[in-house]
Design a protein around this ligand. Structure first.
Ligand code: SF4
Ligand code: SF4
Length: 182
């Protein structure tokens, strides 16, 4: 099955200056690339990815993306370059406001709430551009979380609380997500 990537730059977020810890890693990397090129090259490097759907605003962006696609063959990143990207990913994870590790010990929720996915998206919310944060969050949430998995189904029963090794107050974060999505 082919894999098509939507929002490869997360609505432009990855093309802008990143959080300082992540940006510093790219700025000091021996390989000089724009943030957008690093993001595209990481995707093209994966042989499982067939299509990358990216919005472009002008001719220069079309030409730039074509160049990156031509150079970005599967397995074209060096080990050093993949390590740089792994460090950037780690910087984002460490900056996450909710320390969910996606271990899934809290699952299953008796109401069907997909707790780790909800918390992953909540952490994403903190990294979205301030001017469009809530609208982008609502759009992404609607695309990625089904009504059966939604935080709206949380009854606050507390069954998940004692199972979380990170002591995350899951019910209150589900309420926070509900506030952001309604
Ligand atoms: S508190 Fe909410 S998320 Fe946790 S188990 Fe109960 S219904 Fe599920
Ligand atoms: S148990 Fe805690 S850390 Fe693990 S997935 Fe659930 S909320 Fe995240």
């Amino acid at each position: 099955m082919g894999i098509a990537i939507m929002e490869p730059l997360r609505g432009g977020y990855l093309a802008r200056p990143l959080i300082p810890e992540a940006q510093a890693i790219l700025d000091t990397a021996p390989t000089k690339r724009s943030n957008a090129e690093w993001a595209f090259r990481w995707l093209f490097n994966d042989p499982g990815i067939h299509v990358v759907l990216s919005g472009m605003n002008d001719q220069s962006q079309v030409e730039e993306n074509l160049r990156i696609a031509r150079e970005g063959l599967p397995h074209s990143l060096s080990e050093e370059e993949t390590n740089i990207i792994a460090r950037v990913q780690s910087a984002f994870r460490l900056s996450a406001e909710v320390p969910c590790t996606a271990c899934r010990y809290c699952m299953p929720c008796p109401e069907g709430v997909e707790i780790p996915k909800n918390l992953l998206l909540l952490n994403d919310h903190h990294h979205l551009p301030a001017e469009s944060r809530d609208a982008l969050f609502r759009m992404r949430y609607g695309m990625r979380v089904t009504s059966e998995q939604s935080a709206a189904r949380c009854t606050g029963c507390g069954a998940c609380l004692s199972k979380c090794p990170q002591d995350i107050d899951i019910p209150s974060l589900m309420r926070e997500i509900l506030r952001l999505t309604t």
